[in-house]
Design a protein around this ligand. Structure first.
Ligand code: 2IT
Length: 445
């Protein structure tokens, strides 16, 4: 490794001990942009990279609430306002028992570059809590969301910081959070995205992350002279992102043969289509966080405690969570004939897996490019809220198409060399340069 990168990372690790996921996300970006950084005295003098890895503001707070049997429960809430060079902080809230400061810092850091890639005016932020909806009643979820917002409201606003959903935060939670914000502030504003259609939400927002990812895959396939028609896909996860991706793959003539949950994966060789896709929504609404019931419902095979990467497919799309696909998985997929890897989850692949893909010049694109359609349509929701007007689904979908194409063009511009597109480098450099230039223009803040 390069000595400059080494000493940069050593400094970061010393300042942020124990934040392994954050270090992983930073290292990937620093490795990609180091040449650009090291040869640009304007960036170096202004210590742009050193500033980028320090969040502008980190908020941590107590979230007390009482459960259905009257016991007191305490969770920890967070909002990391990472970078506002390009616009108000923007990024999701994750409610899951695995949430830590390190996880939200990695997500907020990545969000900054992802949002930059979308071409829309959004800074980067992320937040959430170690609260999990698993086994909770709707009333408990509402009380938790209300308590969470009772502290968060003072830090956010439509021109300051606009949260949205992520793992564990969907339409139901956004509704509870929005209601409490409106009640406390006495303001009906676009302070959150992912809102319901009748009260400020945007058409296509629920589908946007999955649809956008598939549009991006279409561009990747186009580069290697292929199309989605007739291809088989391994998808992981079974939530909103997997659901959107599967719907669009079906529409374009592909076949998805796997989904997964924390309990294992489903192999459905006939393809997950029709009613089976809608069934994913029922699974989620059950608050159980398992996929095994799908096997019983549709008479297919369930593989407990296993990941879907052992199945023979053409294309792999991890859609669940960070570090869900490691180097062994990558090798196994590749040796079974898989030729395209589109990371849809944020940092879904381990560093070793990413290095394996790139060093072997395989067609791989990172989450911050592939999954950016979600936050992009959040940006379009903000635009519509500002105009107090709603676009049709055709209008939103058209803009989503253009944005995904733009991101692919940016990746190609900064990542293509000797006929190979290094999407990791392309996305990181493309995202970085725009943020760096804005930071320089805005002075030492
Ligand atoms: O990771 C992500 O980009 C999201 N969870 C969506 C963020 C947003 O503000 O829509």
């Amino acid at each position: 490794m390069n000595a400059g990168i080494d000493s940069f990372m050593e400094g970061l690790r010393a300042r942020t001990p124990g934040e392994a996921e954050f270090h992983q996300a930073v290292l990937e970006v620093v490795e990609s942009v180091w040449d650009v950084y090291d040869t640009n005295p304007r960036y170096k003098q202004a210590k742009i990279l050193e500033r980028m890895v320090e969040p502008e503001r980190t908020i941590m707070f107590r979230v007390p609430w009482s459960n259905d049997i009257g016991e007191v429960e305490i969770n920890r809430g967070y909002r990391i306002e990472f970078n506002s060079a390009l616009g108000p902080y923007k990024g999701g809230l994750r409610f899951h028992k695995s949430v830590t400061l390190s996880i939200l810092k990695f997500l907020g850091f990545e969000q900054t570059f992802k949002n930059s890639l979308t071409t829309l005016p959004m800074g980067g932020g992320k937040g959430g809590s170690d609260f999990s909806a698993k086994g909770r009643s709707d009333n408990e979820i509402m009380r938790f969301c209300q308590s969470f917002m009772t502290e968060l409201f003072r830090h956010i606003g439509p021109n300051t910081d606009v949260p949205a959903g992520d793992i564990g935060v969907g339409g139901r939670e956004i509704g509870f959070l929005f209601g409490q914000y409106k009640r406390i502030r006495n303001e009906f504003t676009g302070v959150l995205t992912g809102k319901g259609l009748g009260w400020g939400g945007s058409l296509v927002r629920p589908e946007a992350t999955g649809y956008g990812a598939v549009y991006f895959v279409q561009h990747m396939l186009n580069e290697i002279g292929k199309t989605i028609e007739g291809k088989t896909f391994a998808v992981s996860g079974f939530g909103n992102v997997a659901w959107g991706a599967i719907s669009k793959i079906n529409e374009l003539g592909g076949k998805v043969v796997t989904i997964s949950g924390p309990d294992g994966f489903i192999y459905d060789p006939d393809g997950i289509s029709g009613r089976k896709v809608e069934y994913l929504l029922e699974l989620r609404e059950s608050n159980n966080d398992v996929v095994a019931p799908y096997a019983e419902e549709f008479g297919v095979h369930f593989f407990p405690d296993a990941k879907p990467w052992q199945v023979k497919v053409d294309i792999a799309m991890p859609c669940a969570t960070q570090n869900e696909l490691n180097e062994d998985d990558a090798r196994m997929l590749n040796s079974n004939g898989c030729f395209l890897f589109a990371e849809v989850s944020n940092m879904g692949c381990t560093s070793d897996a990413v290095n394996y893909f790139v060093n072997n010049k395989l067609t791989f694109a990172p989450g911050k490019a592939v999954n950016a359609g979600g936050v992009a349509v959040s940006g379009l929701e903000m635009s519509q809220n500002s105009m107090r007007y709603n676009w049709t689904s055709e209008e939103v979908d058209k803009r989503l198409h253009l944005i995904m194409q733009d991101i692919h063009d940016t990746c190609t511009k900064h990542g293509k060399a000797d006929g190979y597109i290094n999407y990791v480098k392309g996305a990181n450099v493309g995202g970085f340069v725009k943020v760096a230039e804005a930071m320089l223009a805005q002075g030492l803040v």
